[in-house]
Design a protein around this ligand. Sequence first.
Ligand code: GLA
Ligand code: ZN
Length: 656
Amino acid sequence: MRIGVDYYPEQWDRSMWQADSDLMAKTGVKLVRLGEFSWSRLEPRDGQFDFQWLDEAISTFSRHAIGIVLCIPTNCPPLWMYETYPDIIQAGPDGERIQTGIRGHRCINAPMFLYYAKRITEEMARRYANNPAIAAWQIDNEIEAYPCTCEACRGQFRDWLIDKHDTLENINAAFGNSVWSGEYSDISQIKPPTAYPKNWQNPALCLEFGRFASDSAAKFVNDMSQIIKRENPRAKVTANICFSANQPDFYRLFECLDFASFDNYPPIIIPEEGRKTSSNAFELDMIRGFKQKNFWIMEQLSGATGSWTYMSPTPRPGQIKGYAMQAMAHGADTVMFFRWRTANKGAEMFWHGLIDHSNVPSRRFTEFADLCRTAQKLSVIETTELVSEVAVLYSPDSHLAFGIQPQTEGFDYISQLKSFHAAFARCGVNVDVIHPTADLTKYKAVIAPAMYIYEKDAAENIYRYVIKGGTVVMTARSGVKDQFNNCILEPLPTVYREIIGAEVKEYDPIGSHEQTIKDFAGNKFKCRQWCDILELTTARAYAEYADSFYSGSPAVSMNRYCSGVAYYIGTVCDQEFYESFAGNIMKQTGIPRLKDLPRGVEVTTRTNGLDDYVFFFNNSDKEADIVLPKAMYSIIDGGDREKFTLKPYDMEIVRK
Ligand code: GLA
Ligand code: ZN
């Protein structure tokens, strides 16, 4: 496992580079990320390039055998470019150009921006072509599916729609534009959704525009990656991503890249509310799922966060090291910390790095150094990966569509995925988070929550899986919409009715009102947000409602279908339900579970096919006692372990 840091040479006096690289080498840092946001230094004037400082920075670090992650600085065009071509600035939902102030203002579809972005990428790709110091390339920073409404985006959105739908009539039909006289009679009338209240916009238009914006992001990274690879055929290229309101379809975005990477800022104070599902383990599994392979952390929590918001508490003892190890337990091979030094200038001077303004090695730095030492002992896990028996399906399309129409108070797509993920993870099993069209054959159980938008390939995939003997779990709000975000005219869950063996007679969007369901064993659980009142055709009831006018009606069903089983959960429950349910599914499908794991302890396994390495991570602020079924060899300390106590955020890794 490699530990790295993010470094901004342009923010520090040259005299500090040497001392910093010496300390990095001494501490055990193996990689440094450079160049992000430094376009104005690399091209101070149109067409005048200055790579000399970057050459020097690269050689300062590579002299210590510290590898370089080189960034394409396209997130921040220099001011001369904005001045000369104001058209490259994004336009907001009101159609007006956004204010430029901090960073990330460029429109990735603006032709002049693209011209310059390609040119700087080409210059860098050529200059550092096949340079052995360069371990990987990063494109831009936290690229999003910007809802930009500039002229270029408007035009390209129209072209994108025509390419996809062929004619204006088809677009009118797909969007249902006869509602409220919204029919287009000319292509010029097609506009991105505007600042007009979002809930009054056409959901079909919103979904297609979201897809267009997502495609634009994927195309941008693909174009830049190809330029890098033209000059460096063996280059490893990635983009560092975060989850945001405008996130693109990351499966598509990473398709053309070599590996996924993520900016990881886990919670410093574990919230009381939602404690049982608060772990970042879900996000990490999701990142691994984007390419179904190991990934990198490009930015890792290093200190108190803040600047444009209040500062957060400082990471608790154990979190600097522990959260990095947690990422590794979920498939990160490299963890880079944001950032080596806390900035003392600019808008982000209180988003703390590993070294504080005081320049005196702190408690956090000492812990980071300890992590570097531990990481060096873990080379054996570099060739291992996670193999899972449980998968949770994540649909970017349904996610986008729920963002457009949020259903009921409290209903949240990602929270549903997290509830299932946490419930299975609690039993010590690996969980994959994958696309609904991914190969499902290797899983013993597949959880497909709220498959809201009908995606033909995904539906066929689920049917095929169950027909061949798989166990699937589906939930309310599945099969609601067609691919254009219009409601399907059939009893719910429409296309999934046959496999579920039940249909929704009526639904009750109860929002924050609390009700109760009772399972077959008489256990009661609270439910909220949504209640599908089911009528069973071939299914049996697993749980029924215990109150309201539909008391006694099925709420959760189980159906045998061909050689497989399909469950349907028509409501949204407290975590206790998902934990009990996951336990039953594991029993039914023969997935072994670890019993009596203290709450907060996360267990995952990485394997190389011969040896299994089991990670025990105490993701809590209390000590946790672990008892293994037999003594196992610790690859951290090199002794046998049978009983051990984990301090808060501490990790043990044993060979099974
Ligand atoms: C993101 C960005 C970084 C920095 C950090 C801290 O993850 O990628 O450049 O802004 O947040 O705010
Ligand atoms: Zn634009």
